[in-house]
Design a binder for this molecule. Structure first.
Ligand SMILES: Cc1cc2nc3c(=O)[nH]c(=O)nc-3n(C[C@H](O)[C@H](O)[C@H](O)COP(=O)(O)O)c2cc1C
Length: 211
């Protein structure tokens, strides 16, 4: 999609199941407020995976994604309608922010379910004689990560951080190569450390949104 000369659209995705207590959601709101200030005519589209989880891939979904539409069963058509909605939403955005906790060294299942819905052959990637090619044109993508311990790459638990390499890999696979990570880390380490980490992540998020 050509995003030049059109209204900027920020797709804001939240993955935490928590509401008011969620650190990642709060940082996402900081990001979006700064983005709106920097893009006065811009539009924000919100997708709340944490509170409205996308469906898992089912047999009907596989039928829908990998067979011609003419022969689709009603279940396959229904599965594709939801997937298409999420793909269209992604393709309509000029910029993306995803907020997420680290869960068990990786991403929450709702975020993986979203990735399974938007990774679609013929829509967000192709397979050809030269291999795979991402179809989602360049869009700035920011991922705000909240974690109880320090899981930043290079940090004490960095080797166990399977969230960042996976998200870089799969988003790059569909064509989103410009991905920046912001970490609010060590949030279980007590007040001063938690507040310092949140303050630093908030500053970084606001700067990235406004840049
Ligand atoms: C099920 C579960 C698994 C978690 N696994 C990890 C983990 O592997 N590493 C970590 O640092 N924190 C882990 N945490 C802590 C969360 O990442 C942390 O509480 C974070 O702030 C949650 O995001 P939120 O505040 O946006 O809800 C886990 C929390 C829960 C509930």
């Amino acid at each position: 999609m050509n995003t030049e000369n059109t209204t900027p659209v920020l797709l804001h995705i939240d993955a935490s199941p928590r509401g008011a207590r969620s650190h990642s959601r709060r940082l996402g709101r900081d990001f979006t407020a700064s983005w709106q200030a920097a893009h006065p005519g811009g539009r924000v589209v919100s997708r709340d995976l944490g509170h409205e989880p996308p469906p898992f891939v089912t047999e009907a979904w596989v039928e829908g994604a990998f067979t011609p539409p003419d022969g689709h069963s009603p279940d396959a058509r229904q599965a594709m309608a939801k997937s298409d909605e999420l793909v269209d939403e992604l393709l309509s955005a000029s910029e993306i922010v995803i907020t997420t906790p680290i869960y068990n060294l990786s991403l929450p299942a709702v975020l993986k379910a979203w990735i399974d819905q938007i990774s679609r052959v013929g829509r967000t990637f192709t397979m050809g004689p030269d291999g795979y090619k991402g179809l989602v044109g360049a869009r700035r993508t920011t991922i705000i990560v909240a974690s109880g311990s320090d899981f930043r790459p290079g940090g004490p638990n960095g080797a166990l951080n399977f969230l960042e390499p996976y998200l870089r890999g799969v988003l790059g696979f569909i064509g989103l190569a410009n991905v920046r990570f912001v970490y609010a880390h060590s949030l279980n380490d007590g007040n001063p450390q938690r507040e310092a980490s949140l303050a630093e992540a908030g500053t970084t998020a606001r700067q990235l949104a406004a840049a």
